[in-house]
Ligand binder design. Sequence first.
Ligand SMILES: C[S@@+](CC[C@H](N)C(=O)[O-])C[C@H]1O[C@@H](n2cnc3c(N)ncnc32)[C@H](O)[C@@H]1O
Length: 243
Amino acid sequence: MLTRTDRAEPYSLFAPVYNYHMRYVNYVYWSRYLLKLMQKNGIEKGNLLEIAAGTGTLASYLKPHFKSYMISDISKDMLKQSKSGLQKICFDMRKFPLKTRFDIVLSAFDSINYILSPGEIKKVFDNVSAVLPGGGKFLFDTSLERNSHVYSTIFKKPIRIKDFVVKQESRYDSEEKIHTNTFTFEFESGKIIREIHRQRIYTVAEIEEILTASGFTEIKKFDSFSFREGNEESFRIQFIAGK
Ligand SMILES: C[S@@+](CC[C@H](N)C(=O)[O-])C[C@H]1O[C@@H](n2cnc3c(N)ncnc32)[C@H](O)[C@@H]1O
């Protein structure tokens, strides 16, 4: 049978499957870790903006602990999946439409890695810096090369849902520093649609340099899910950047 392969925007077809795909990610544990990290670092739980918040699962656990909580994402389809009455706004983190100030800006689960060049990362950090007052904090994580080397060849089991099957292929190009996840949606009708998710892998030193250029003066880095200092050998780094 002849099939047609089309491309879809990242997180368009994937959005309704995202929560199921992430069903083994322990967001309760993740939220407790972030709360503990804030407590240990004397961060008051004021007004929070979460960027690249996706379907808002982490937000649903964190929200009760903050004065106010707003989620944002570039994908309307992802935000639509969030059902927990959160305040939502759709925007690209490279172009903030907000003038409001927040005490904390948060980004979780390697979302910063979707920004593909140091110049664009600088735009994101400048945007975050502009909405934070003096004393404000930016908490985010980034996936490091070690994570890409370990997880690049693991193929998740296909997910069957409604009238399609989703298959994932994961590759890391260590020269280009690009990690690509290709999600192939195979419909019963024979139609095949792909979403290609590209993420750039940065070193800790690169991120620190850009944070400093964006005016962040206090930079702390933890081996994710721990309170130990992280380094280039970590799988993922949890940053706290303060102004
Ligand atoms: C791996 S998901 C993480 C979602 C959520 N933080 C979580 O923990 O489940 C990455 C998210 O980043 C969003 N994203 C990618 N590029 C973005 C951009 N330029 N601006 C805002 N969001 C972006 C995607 O739409 C997606 O929802």
